[in-house]
Design a protein around this ligand. Structure first.
Ligand SMILES: Nc1ncnc2c1ncn2[C@@H]1O[C@H](COP(=O)(O)OP(=O)(O)OP(=O)(O)O)[C@@H](O)[C@H]1O
Length: 347
């Protein structure tokens, strides 16, 4: 598979009329990769997607697709000239066309129309349903038709705007994995918009975390979790709490849990105040440990239990205990810190 640069957003600003929603946006997507724009409601994800699609002009910076500028201030290549496909949250199927006709809509004059439609029906697991109409399909099936329709013209890039948000939990998870498999099988590059972190991680190679119109970090799911670039990313991705500490050496910090040492050096002045990120998997049960915390609440997760804990100072922590370790709220438990990766921010 090619790893050439496909999509390049360079110092992009976009929005509506005089309102700049997104500023100084830089990101790259390689051919064959799936990227995701993730962030709280109203942070500019859909606005960015619409600018990439060519539905909205850009205010500054530029968008390049396969080396060609498709948007810059004062120039917007028309959406239909972009070889970009789109899948919407509400599927947007044509109700008066059957499934096969919906899928074939963008390639109506193609000589191999029937063969391509049949292949796509099979790809999205809807073989035999080509003659049905959209209202005769479930939500998940309708979304698969929308995906097949968008894939039919072989777009260079597929944009998916909250494609699973009308579906419920189990189906949503299943379909998001299926969509990743389908895109990877065809080598289709895609950008997905979602506010669901689990979905972003399940589908994407790279995820961009937005906060109020700014991209805070564009990285792999692994790095977002383990190497968050900002406190916002650290708290938005995954679970965990910060405790205050004092940097002792570049890789160790004095805290109320003792001296914590990580495998990463921070070139900040020693003695300075830092916030230490502690994820639930960084805190482990240790019955004989002198470090004690009080259970404030717990959530049974099946194979494990998530405990919310309070230190004598009042600081909060979370910890994943084995499922059989049964402690009640108010009880004191022994803990130890098992964090190889120390994530610190200057306080
Ligand atoms: N057509 C529009 N005209 C003017 N402002 C708009 C328009 N659409 C969205 N906005 C504003 O732009 C900002 C970003 O909206 P956007 O839809 O990009 O957010 P989002 O991150 O996709 O949020 P959500 O997850 O809720 O869909 C919001 O303040 C919104 O009110």
């Amino acid at each position: 598979m090619s790893h050439s640069l496909l999509l390049n957003l360079h110092d992009l600003a976009c929005g509506y009329q005089d309102q700049r929603v997104v500023q100084h946006l830089n990101l790259h997507l390689n051919a064959g990769d799936i990227g995701c724009l993730l962030g709280p409601s109203g942070c500019g994800k859909t606005t960015t997607l619409r600018a990439i699609a060519g539905f909205e002009p850009v205010h500054a910076g530029e968008i390049q697709l396969a080396g060609e500028v498709i948007s810059r201030a004062g120039f917007t290549l028309a959406p239909e000239k972009r070889r970009i496909g789109m899948v919407f949250q509400d599927y947007a199927l044509f109700p008066h066309l059957n499934v096969a006709q919906n899928i074939a809509f963008g390639i109506r004059k193609h000589p191999q129309l029937e063969r391509i439609t049949d292949e796509l029906l099979e790809l999205v697991n809807l073989k035999g349903l080509g003659q049905r109409y959209p209202h005769e399909l479930s939500g998940g099936q309708q979304q698969r038709v929308a995906l097949a329709r968008a894939l039919a013209p072989e777009p260079q890039l597929l944009l998916l705007d909250e494609p699973f948000s009308n579906l419920d939990g189990e189906l949503r998870r299943k379909l998001s994995h299926e969509v990743r498999d389908i895109l990877k099988l065809r080598g289709t590059s895609a950008i997905l918009v979602t506010h669901d972190q689990e979905e972003a991680f399940a589908v994407s190679d790279h995820v961009g975390v937005f906060k109020e119109g700014r991209l805070e970090q564009w990285d792999t799911p692994y790095n977002l979790y383990h190497e968050p670039a900002t406190p916002f990313v650290a708290s938005f991705i995954g679970q965990g709490y910060f405790i205050r500490g004092q940097l002792q050496t570049p890789d160790s910090v004095q805290t109320e849990l003792g001296v914590l040492r990580g495998n990463r050096a921070y070139a900040w002045p020693t003695g300075g105040a830092v916030d230490v990120l502690l994820r639930p998997d960084d805190i482990v049960p240790a019955p004989d440990s002198p470090l004690k915390a009080r259970v404030t609440s717990k959530t049974f997760l099946g194979s494990s239990t998530l405990y919310r804990l309070q230190l004598p100072s009042g600081s909060q922590l979370e910890s994943v205990f084995p499922s059989h370790a049964d402690h009640r709220p108010g009880e004191e438990v022994g803990i130890s810190v098992a964090a190889e990766h120390l994530v610190l921010f200057q306080a």
